[in-house]
Design a protein around this ligand. Structure first.
Ligand code: S3P
Length: 448
């Protein structure tokens, strides 16, 4: 789990046209969940296309420590022999989640629903991120927490003998918090209810239903989603096929749009409507982006995303779209730097508590490369292309954040002079094949 102590800087010089067809690795959200749900289902869950990146491997190790048998069968092919709801065992050592917010927070929910104790640790980035958002509802369910001030990692939790079902209204748009409460609700007698004022990615709901949970989603009078989960279901092992991660595809898609002369297709991408805000925004910006070969796989819409280099224009991205593209703002900011006119992004409060303060990290990275922007408390305005200004030439601080590293390498491919990032080690947390796939499209990177 530990990130290599020595930073690995990399530089992206301006590139010739990118072209070709690629497949990006499996969706990170679905990969984490397939291992977790497999661990609490009865029987052998098999997974095809699992994302084999540090964050997800950490979840696999945690499920093993909690008693499930997790076996790698081949590339992306995994088997999880589960213990059934309520069957998790107390781990004998700490659970190390490295950089992974999703892995750690969802596992807190799972552990909190069992009468076992576990200690959670992570890297410097994860240890700075707020965990109270998950611990508070778990405390209401009867979970004991030992944490330092501010509810940061490292921390320990112990689930009660019989958790209390709660009705929890999410104070922030977070699929991780929603999922943690629902996962604790799995081993709670009665009905656990989560109310989401704004819809966030719904993989937990869809997949739990697929594993046999009794779960309903109702839309309330103010448009809120009311999710009710019946506790103590018999979850049954499933075969899960993980589609390509739209949040990883985003880097090749934007590169294909901003590097002149490019023509790029990313095949087999998850197109769940709660994940496609970036593609919608790029189309509004004038991108030549089409979805080809659209089909259904494992209950999810998937397709091939085809882009050709395009003249983009600045747009206003409404705050209500943020949950459907929350991980894509860094790469959207790069697309916006090549647009005609400003792009206004609002409702970005959650960006401040990602792997880094992404709002600040993006703004500093843009400034270091002579791209004008205005950082507000919860908003970002990126001025488009300015006549006579040569962009690029800067070195970007990545703050242990994989998406900051990848976004600014993509900037370099389309800038006037090379862009360097101070560390690419973290890219392995979500997209280990980023460099080789981009090189397959024609990009070249240089060690610095
Ligand atoms: C995720 C939810 C989002 C997202 C993260 C994955 C998930 O986090 O940023 O990369 O799989 O549930 P929040 O729930 O904190 O918004």
């Amino acid at each position: 789990m530990a990130h290599a102590a020595t930073p690995m800087p990399l530089s992206a010089p301006p590139s010739g046209p990118l072209s070709g067809r690629i497949r990006v690795p499996g969706d990170k959200s679905i990969s984490h969940r397939s291992l977790m749900f497999g661990a609490v289902a009865l029987g052998e869950t098999t997974i095809e296309g699992l994302l084999e990146a540090d964050d997800v491997l950490g979840t696999g190790a945690a499920m093993r420590a909690l008693g499930a048998t997790v076996t790698r069968l081949g590339e992306g092919a995994w088997r999880v022999a589960g213990l059934g709801v309520g069957g998790l065992l107390e781990p004998e050592s700490v659970l190390d989640f490295g950089n992974a917010g999703t892995g750690s927070r969802l596992t807190m929910g799972l552990v909190g629903g069992h009468a076992i104790a576990a200690t959670f640790v992570g890297d410097a980035s994860l240890s700075r991120r707020p965990m109270g958002r998950v611990l508070n509802p778990l405390r209401e369910m009867g979970v004991e927490v030992i944490a330092r001030a501010g509810d940061r990692l490292p921390l320990s939790i112990k689930g009660p003998k019989t958790p209390m079902p709660i009705t929890y209204r999410l104070p922030m748009a977070s699929a991780q918090v929603k999922s943690a409460v629902l996962l604790a609700g799995l081993n709670t007698p009665g009905v656990t209810t989560v109310i989401e004022p704004v819809a966030t990615r719904d993989h937990t709901e869809r997949m739990l239903e697929g594993f046999g949970a009794s779960l309903s989603v109702e839309i309330g009078s103010a448009g809120e989603r009311i999710i009710r989960l019946e506790g103590r279901p018999d979850l049954r092992a499933q075969h899960v096929v993980v589609p390509g991660d739209p949040s990883s595809a985003a880097f090749a898609v934007v590169a294909g749009l901003i590097v002149p002369g490019s023509d790029v297709t990313v095949e087999n991408v998850l197109l769940n409507p709660l994940r496609t805000g970036l593609f919608q925004t790029l189309i509004e910006m004038g991108a030549d982006l089409t979805i080809e070969n659209e089909r259904l796989s494992g209950g999810e819409r998937i397709g091939d995303v085809h882009v050709r280099a395009s003249k983009l224009k600045g747009v206003v991205v409404p705050p209500e779209r943020a949950p459907s593209m929350i991980d894509e703002y860094p790469i959207l900011a790069i697309a916006a730097a090549f647009a005609e006119g400003p792009t206004v992004m609002e409702g970005l409060d959650e960006l401040r508590v990602k792997e880094s303060d992404r709002l600040a990290a993006v703004a500093r990275g843009l400034e270091a490369n002579r791209i004008a922007c205005l950082e507000g408390e919860t908003s970002l305005v990126v001025e488009g292309r300015q006549a006579g200004v040569e962009i690029g030439g800067g070195t970007v601080a990545t703050h242990l954040d994989h998406r900051i590293a990848m976004a600014f390498l993509v900037l370099g491919l389309a800038a006037d002079t090379a862009v360097s990032v101070d560390d690419v080690g973290m890219i392995a947390t979500s997209f280990p094949s980023f460099r080789s796939l981009m090189e397959g499209l024609g990009a070249r990177f240089a060690e610095v």
